[in-house]
Design a protein around this ligand. Structure first.
Ligand code: FEO
Length: 394
């Protein structure tokens, strides 16, 4: 992949990871990119590096533009290894470069790579002159690591916010107006849901703070995926909407089943919900990956969860699901639980306890059925879907 100019004298020198399908548990069905940008001025700055397995490719892309020995600064917006594990190699080539990071970034660089690198720390509002251009830094702690930082290229109005506003989307194209917009938004939504959802209130505040600092980007160049150049406010507004927990008349039904009883119950819940014109997503855990399920939950007003009882516990896939979604803390959803058992229940009670512990609003009581749901049991499930459908329709 050759260098691409994203503005005059500013180049994308990143790499495309076409084949990654498991990004620390996140299913990256369309691959990803690790974006790195090179700014040429009287001083030269490289913004972020890449995953170490692609270090040689990064070096080749930089070399296509400039001798790496002439790089004056390497800006490390974020130390997670997909962006920094090629840093030691790059620093070896860019012998004269000073590394710039937040204070927390410096601590994390030392923890990961030792203390031999020359690091200068910056804080919010600090500026670095490159010649005609100035870089302005904005610390963004916990978006999504303590070290996270945004870099703003002042005269060009380009925001380089690292992970924020990214998407796991491998492409030969670099800009939003060059790719399918539905795919782009779908991947941006999936990325927000699975990485940034628990940080909603921080995101809203950070967007306000950045605006007050005079940062008004005409281009947003994240560290993953496509660069937003045609209408960057579109992704900013989407983030504001997602971070407020806005949802629609939609119900996510997540379940697993052993011999079909819980599945029959799930289908009856669907039938009840659709009588109210509710959009329903029915997702069996062993048929749908968690990354997709969480993306569907992001804009659902209600989440109905079903499990068979196995050894007095919820089915193991439900434990995995509730652990994952509990950490992501989706806001403002109605939760309800149902399930089946053979001789001793437990799944519904266990799921309710787990959901309560993480602060979910749980509709009680749940429905638990012995062996096979009869007509009366299925009528109760139908009614559950219908009643929650009514509730989320107002
Ligand atoms: Fe793309 Fe937090 O790393």
């Amino acid at each position: 992949m050759n260098k691409v100019a994203i503005a005059e004298d500013i180049f994308w020198v990143g790499v495309v990871d076409w084949n990654i399908r498991d990004f620390h548990g996140y299913t990256t069905s369309r691959g990803t990119t690790y974006n790195s940008y090179l700014i040429l001025d009287q001083k030269t700055a490289l913004i972020d590096t890449v995953k170490h397995t692609f270090g040689r490719e990064l070096l080749r892309n930089v070399n296509d533009v400039i001798d790496p020995g002439k790089i004056d600064y390497i800006i490390v917006n974020h130390v997670e290894m997909d962006h920094s594990s090629a840093l030691p190699m790059m620093a070896e080539q860019a012998k004269n470069a000073t590394i710039i990071s937040s204070q927390k970034g410096k601590e994390a660089i030392i923890a990961h790579y030792g203390d031999s690198l020359q690091i200068q720390t910056v804080k919010t509002g600090d500026e670095l002159g490159l010649g005609d251009r100035t870089l302005k830094f904005v610390e963004a702690p916990m978006l999504h690591w303590p070290d996270s930082m945004f870099t703003y290229v002042v005269p060009d109005k380009i925001l380089m916010p690292n992970d924020a506003f990214g998407q796991h989307l491998a492409s030969s194209q670099r800009f939003d107006d060059e790719v399918d917009e539905h795919v782009l938004i779908e991947e941006a939504r999936k990325y927000y849901a699975n990485i940034l959802m628990p940080l909603g209130s921080l995101i809203t505040r950070k967007i306000q703070e950045v605006t007050q600092l005079g940062v008004a980007p005409t281009m947003i160049a994240p560290s993953h995926g496509i660069v937003w150049r045609s209408n960057p406010s579109r992704i900013v507004n989407a983030y504001l909407q997602w971070s407020e927990g806005k949802s629609k008349k939609k119900m996510a039904i997540v379940y697993d089943t052993m011999w079909g009883s819980t599945e029959k119950m799930a289908q009856a819940v669907v039938e009840g919900a659709v009588t109210q014109g509710v959009e329903v997503k029915l997702m069996k855990l062993r048929a749908t990956d968690l990354t997709e399920i969480v993306t569907q939950i992001l804009d659902s007003k209600a989440v109905i969860v079903g499990s068979p009882t196995l050894n007095n516990q919820m089915f193991p896939t439900l434990g995995q699901f509730l652990t994952y979604i509990g950490g992501l803390k989706p806001k403002g959803k109605i939760w309800s639980f149902f399930g089946s058992y053979g001789w001793g229940g437990g799944a519904v009670k266990n799921m309710i306890e787990m959901a309560r512990k993480v602060g979910f609003e749980v509709h009680e009581p749940g429905i638990e059925v012995k062996y096979i749901p009869n007509a009366e049991d299925l009528a109760k499930c139908f009614e559950l879907g219908k009643q929650i459908g009514i509730e989320i329709s107002v």
